[in-house]
Design a protein around this ligand. Structure first.
Ligand SMILES: Cc1ncc(COP(=O)(O)O)c(C=O)c1O
Ligand SMILES: [Zn+2]
Length: 394
């Protein structure tokens, strides 16, 4: 069973019934799932219920019947203290959550598992989306597992590992030139031809973010209910930030978390629409119009679709948005491997570079507890490994 009440629009407050699948609100805003937290509070077996990974939280996820769960064992990833890396950035208490240990080696599996489970429950047979790589790998795998048809428009700039993963797993995966805006247009055109396909583009439905939310639940539990002071997340569409924030807000209402951390979005200097909007004091992002100069991977969204929600969270929590260079990212990525033995993804390493910057500015103090989310696994980024000379020395 689930304590899901309904689905609500954070922009206009309109609610939608929980008994059918939804995309956007009639006002155009993303929708969010809402739960009966008063009842959940009285449930003594809320999380200790025989399920593992993200599905320990199934009562606060939107799947009604656990028989519909589509899982590959996602979630339950470790929080690791990284003292040598902390020392490098001038932080006494630096932690990472290693999402590279998920199936398909990325955090995308959490959202895919929950959304595919919900959609299977509703009898949806076909999903359609765009992807920078990791999403395509995860969603094609979970569609196979759950018996749904995946129609995916994936950028040809995606790392080879994700392209190969999709080629082997199969599904209707189309390689396209261009970034999210162009791929998104292809999704819209395909839905005109196939109106029965369900649109699962980033924040275009309320279920994927529920899966991402479980990162926040895990973080709080792993810190024994004492939330870290600051959480940094490499941001494209903002689902990670929105999901973690939603999780901690729910846990606070349940009396299971002590505070809301300052939430920080990190992007590359060569594609930072969220950082620009944050710094300019705007509520929405302008579409990134400069050259796209990023390390290939998940951080090349010219605009965050859920920009109002995302920017609102960064401001309300006293957080910020930071742009980092490719060079600083590679330096931290390599240092993490060589000091801590953790082979993380470059997107994750952007958050480490951001820590250094924020510490130097005094935005972070040296004794705060800071958590960076490593969203994928370095093993997927073969091209980057080949590009970086002198890997053995520093
Ligand atoms: C490895 C990786 N990190 C971070 C992101 C950005 O995540 P979000 O869309 O939740 O901001 C992506 C996604 O596109 C990704 O693939
Ligand atoms: Zn609305």
């Amino acid at each position: 069973m689930s304590y899901l009440l309904d689905v609500i629009c954070p922009a206009c407050g309109k609610t939608y019934p929980a008994d059918r699948p939804h995309n956007l609100c009639s006002c155009g805003s993303p929708l969010l799932a809402r739960y009966d937290l008063e009842r959940a509070k009285r449930d003594e077996a809320l999380f200790d219920n025989g399920f593992g990974g993200i599905w320990r939280y199934h009562k606060l996820l939107p799947v009604k019947d656990t028989a519909n769960i589509v899982t590959l064992g996602e979630g339950g990833t470790p929080v690791l203290e990284v003292p040598k890396m902390g020392n490098y950035a001038g932080l006494e208490h630096l932690y990472v959550k290693d999402e590279g240990q998920n199936p398909s080696s990325s955090f995308k599996t959490r959202g895919a598992s929950v959304a595919i489970s919900v959609l299977r429950e509703f009898g949806v047979t076909d999903i359609v989306m765009d992807s920078g790589g990791n999403g395509a790998g995860a969603w094609s795998a979970y569609c196979r597992r759950g018996g749904l048809n995946a129609h995916i428009y994936m950028t040809a700039k995606a790392v080879q590992a994700n392209q190969k993963e999709c080629a082997i797993v199969g599904g209707d995966v189309n390689m396209c030139q261009g970034h999210t805006t162009i791929l998104g247009r292809k999704v819209s055109e395909s839905m005109e031809r196939h109106p029965d396909w369900f649109d699962v583009r980033t924040m275009h439905e309320p279920y994927r973010v529920e899966g991402k939310k479980t990162i926040g639940y895990e973080i709080v539990e792993q810190f024994g209910g004492e939330v870290p002071d600051v959480i940094l997340f490499p941001t494209a569409g903002g689902v990670g930030i929105i999901g973690i924030h939603k999780a901690i807000q729910e846990l606070m209402e349940l009396g299971l978390a002590d505070k809301m951390p300052r939430m920080v979005s990190v992007q590359y200097e060569g594609c930072c629409p969220v950082v620009q909007a944050f710094e300019a004091g705007r509520d929405t992002c302008e579409v990134w119009s400069g050259p796209m100069d990023v390390i290939p991977g998940g951080l090349s969204a010219p605009k965050a679709f859920a920009d109002r929600l995302l920017l609102g969270i960064l401001r309300e929590t006293g957080g910020t948005a930071v742009a980092v260079s490719k060079e600083d990212t590679v330096r931290h990525w390599r240092h993490m491997a060589q000091s801590e033995g953790l082979f993380v993804n470059p997107e994750g390493a952007t958050t480490l570079a951001a820590c250094e910057q924020l510490r130097k500015k005094g935005w972070l103090s040296g004794d705060e507890r800071v958590l960076c989310v490593m969203t994928s696994n370095g093993i997927k980024y073969d091209e980057l490994v080949r590009e970086v000379p002198n890997l053995i020395t520093e």
